[in-house]
Design a protein around this ligand. Structure first.
Ligand SMILES: [Zn+2]
Length: 146
């Protein structure tokens, strides 16, 4: 599991997991202890709080995967910075997203082959809980680097 979570994001550290009937829930934390403030670039080690951030990732063994990150929020101690706190972010996950980049890429791949209604049905069976309208939005927003 430790190696598996590193494949999702190199900064993830495995904590525990639960296997349900059709879903696997994996709990991870960050292996970083010092983060650069995204607003001013100053490094911080002072944790403000930790909150649970959940997102869907690619399935494992036919089961849908939900990841829960113990996401840290840091203090920025640069007096000139516009923000006093900031949350740690991860490369595998766009800002505010509830799906990993690679899951979104897979959804787009499936959805370009079939109708969005059919894609939603296929994906819900074993990949991710996603509706027809979300698929349409993803296809519209699609950029060449996706
Ligand atoms: Zn800052």
């Amino acid at each position: 599991m430790e190696e598996l979570v590193k494949l999702i994001d190199e900064n993830f550290e495995y904590a525990r997991h639960e296997i349900g009937t059709d879903e696997i829930k994996i709990y991870v934390k960050s292996s970083r202890e010092e983060i650069e403030c995204p607003f001013c670039g100053e490094k911080s080690t002072k944790v403000h709080s930790v909150y649970a951030r959940r997102f869907q990732d690619l399935p494992i063994g036919g089961k849908k995967v939900e990841i829960e990150i113990a996401n840290k929020k840091y203090f920025c101690r640069n007096a000139d910075c516009s923000n006093t706190t900031f949350a740690e972010t991860f490369d595998c996950l766009p800002y505010n997203a509830r799906r990993s980049k690679r899951l979104t890429a897979e959804i787009i791949r499936v959805s370009t082959e079939v109708s969005s209604l059919r894609a939603s049905w296929l994906l819900r069976k074993s990949v991710a809980n996603i509706g027809k309208s979300t698929i349409c939005e993803l296809l519209k927003k699609r950029k060449p680097d996706n």
